[in-house]
Design a protein around this ligand. Structure first.
Ligand SMILES: Cc1cc2nc3c(=O)[nH]c(=O)nc-3n(C[C@H](O)[C@H](O)[C@H](O)COP(=O)(O)OP(=O)(O)OC[C@H]3O[C@@H](n4cnc5c(N)ncnc54)[C@H](O)[C@@H]3O)c2cc1C
Length: 384
């Protein structure tokens, strides 16, 4: 049976909407499905790394204009605070936007629709359809046949699980995120406070609201703790909050650290993008950039396949080239934050050598290649 759609995209988060937008703009017949109804929330620190701005620009002036008009905060750098309270600031060369995911994701979803993608909400995909070994569509309440299926359905992607093994790799952490008004001393910086155990990320997201993410080992979360009491054990945070000024309830997520063995279906016909393909740890704040940049790579590969029958494996290779060093940097940092004494030492080194703080913040902000922060000279400077 011939497919009604060139591509069915499962998930209308940043990865799915950005992929659908680019495919539809190039003339493909695209169906974008999401189980949620928008605006929908997502546990996140809601900071778009500076290089995300460049991708949003490429998605079209309407997209970046809508983000800029949604009263986002503008961050000029990141403060890293060690368990003792010692702190260092690394600055971006430019700035990054930060805004609630309810607004950001709704802008992207609307842009995909405006570009010509058909969007259906409240549709939960359960299974994949196959035709002679290749993925040929998805099954929800109805069946949707497509030449290509894009799994952009996030951390617990059903498309990824149907395509093959999803590895759960350590460290096993969970996160609790909230929006709080009137947090003291929040200006134009994102803040990462490392504790014993866990860490807290916080930063402004516009309109006087701060997003607060508490990330702790899974085992610590199971012992049970109250959100604001936990925040008070971080010296750089204690006393800055008024629990009564919470403006959005606490959302929980995790454990994360997932890695799909196949970003492209073995028999063809499907690929994964964004968290559905991989997500390690939120500390470096690169998830949205990876989703958007991954969407560019996915759209290019899909358009080549639709036009010439080229293999989707080109996408797997493009991802390795684009993200290989970033994956390594994310892992090095994600593992290091589980060692408070090591973070104490690294922050001490960066206080003495601020250029290392700027380099690390720019590498995790995707402003300079991640590999620039992974040279023996830089690593030695950070720990020796
Ligand atoms: C605590 C925390 C803090 C973070 N902070 C940051 C940060 O500050 N900056 C940053 O860049 N990144 C951050 N991240 C990472 C970022 O949130 C993700 O990387 C990003 O949301 C990935 O986008 P996505 O489109 O792949 O997935 P998602 O945004 O999760 O979107 C997936 C979509 O798929 C839909 N879906 C799921 N299953 C189905 C199904 N079966 N059928 C149909 N639809 C389905 C969902 O409803 C959802 O809309 C953070 C993550 C966490 C956990």
């Amino acid at each position: 049976m011939s497919a009604r759609w060139d591509a069915v995209v499962v998930g209308a988060g940043p990865a799915g909407s950005a992929t659908a937008l680019q495919l539809a703009r190039a003339g493909a017949r695209v169906l974008l499905l999401d189980r949620a109804r928008f605006p929908r929330d997502k546990p996140c620190s809601e900071y778009l790394s500076p290089e995300s701005t460049r991708v949003l620009e490429r998605l079209g002036p309407g997209v970046l204009g809508a983000v800029a008009a949604a009263s986002p905060a503008r961050l000029t750098g990141m403060k890293v605070v060690a368990p003792s309270g010692a702190a260092v600031v690394g600055r971006f060369e430019t700035f990054s936007y930060a805004l609630p995911r309810t607004r950001f994701d709704t802008i992207l979803r609307a842009a995909a629709e405006a570009a010509g993608a058909e969007v259906r909400e409240g549709v939960k995909v359960e299974e994949l359809l196959y035709d002679r070994g290749a993925v040929a569509g998805v099954v929800a309440r109805d069946t949707y046949r497509a030449r290509i299926v894009v799994g952009a359905d996030g951390l617990r992607s059903v498309v990824a699980r149907r395509l093959g093994p999803v590895h759960a790799i350590g460290p096993k952490r969970v996160a609790f995120t909230a929006h709080v008004a009137g947090v003291r001393d929040v200006h134009d910086l994102g803040e990462m406070h490392v504790g014993r155990p866990g860490y807290v990320g916080l930063g402004p997201i516009g309109d006087g609201v701060t997003t607060v993410a508490l990330v702790v080992p899974f085992a610590a979360a199971r012992r049970g703790a109250r959100f604001f009491e936990e925040l008070n054990r971080f010296p750089g945070i204690a006393g800055r909050f008024n629990a009564r000024r919470i403006v959005r309830h606490v959302l929980a997520t995790g454990p994360f650290s997932r890695w799909s063995r196949r970003a492209v279906a073995a028999g063809g016909g499907a690929l994964l993008v964004g968290d559905a393909a991989d997500f390690f740890d939120p500390f470096t704040g690169q998830g949205i950039y990876s989703a958007l940049r991954g969407a560019e790579l996915a759209a290019a590969a899909i358009l080549a396949t639709l036009a010439t029958g080229a293999s989707l494996q080109l996408y797997a290779r493009a991802r390795r080239r684009e993200f290989g060093a970033k994956w390594l940097l994310e892992r090095v940092i994600g593992i290091a934050v589980g060692w408070p004494a090591l973070i104490e030492r690294v922050v001490g080194r960066m206080i003495r050598r601020p250029e290392l703080a700027h380099l690390l913040v720019r590498a995790t902000g995707n402003c300079v290649p991640a590999g620039a922060a992974l040279t023996p000279r830089v690593l030695a400077g950070l720990v020796l």
